[in-house]
Design a protein around this ligand. Structure first.
Ligand SMILES: [Fe+2]
Ligand SMILES: [Fe+2]
Length: 288
């Protein structure tokens, strides 16, 4: 049973942005049009404003001022627009995260975007296509940390002690000291946000997909693999569980070759740079 104080905190989280959800659903249809995209975004003033700011920034070097969403979408292209919507739409969740788990909120956001992007790179290699459920699950896999981070200040030393002196994993130490780990808590948040079961499971089992008793475990394993790849590359979001299962074994599970995995990491670093650039741009412009 989930503790009351956690439940309250979960309820205080802003609702998951509908625009991000709608855009995710739209892009799963390979024939979606520019106009479909405009139709979904134009109701979200904040995201529309950000897109216009971005278009008119020096980064894109546009000659004439772009003043409406339709022009912006055709100028930036579908891919850039989708990236901006996803990145800008989720960054605010992680802005409030600080404290025990997270040395910097920006790092948790970067880690989450990194995991989301990596799931898409792997999905293209394994299934030949992208998968928006995986992307969303990747973005939100550590959302439990945002809530848990508020409560574990006093328990931090105790958790660290169990890990360093008694051989506990971080997840076990969380469970022992506070009764729930960040993955389980994230699963509860996904239930409250009415996400489909696959997304909830992927979040709840992202450190231990082997414990899943029913349902398809491919999504949790892909989140696991992407998470570990990011941790390996130093794209971390604070204290978290290290590999439970050897990466080689998981790579084999998806019939990937070591070479595919290494290529994926190179692509990830490029994609993450791009995503960061776009969001930094939006944020620095809105401050200035
Ligand atoms: Fe985690
Ligand atoms: Fe993570």
């Amino acid at each position: 049973m989930i503790d009351d104080k956690f439940l309250k905190s979960i309820k205080n989280l802003p609702p998951f942005p509908a625009t991000v959800q709608k855009v995710s659903a739209l892009i799963s249809d390979p024939d979606f049009s520019m106009m479909d995209l405009v139709g979904v975004i134009e109701y979200d003033q904040a995201i529309t404003a950000n897109i216009l700011k971005m278009c008119n920034s020096a980064y894109f070097g546009v000659r004439h001022k772009i003043s409406n969403l339709r022009q912006a979408v055709s100028y930036l292209g579908r891919e850039n627009i989708v990236r901006v919507v996803n990145a800008a739409g989720t960054s605010r969740y992680y802005k409030k995260a600080e404290g025990y788990y997270i040395d910097e909120a920006a790092k948790l956001w970067e880690h989450s975007v990194g995991v989301a992007l990596m799931t898409q790179i792997l999905s293209r290699k394994i299934y030949g296509r992208e998968d928006n459920k995986l992307f969303t699950a990747g973005l939100l896999h550590d959302i439990g940390k945002v809530v848990l981070g508020e409560f574990v200040h006093e328990s931090f030393q105790e958790i660290m002690g169990l890990v360093t002196d008694h051989g506990y994993s971080f997840l076990e130490a969380e469970e022992e000291v506070i009764g729930i780990n960040h993955a389980q808590l994230g699963g509860e948040i996904a239930v409250l946000w009415k996400f489909p079961r696959e997304i909830r499971d992927a979040i709840a089992y992202h450190h231990r997909p082997d414990l899943m008793e029913e349902g398809d475990d491919a999504i949790p394993w892909l989140i696991y693999l992407s998470d570990q790849a990011c941790l390996m590359m130093g794209i971390g979001g604070g204290v978290d569980g290290l590999a439970y299962r050897g990466l080689g074994e998981v790579i084999d599970k998806f019939n990937l070759r070591q070479k595919d995995f290494e290529e994926s990491i190179v692509l990830l670093l490029k994609d993450l740079e791009k995503a960061k650039e776009l969001v930094d741009l939006v944020e620095s412009e809105s401050k200035g």
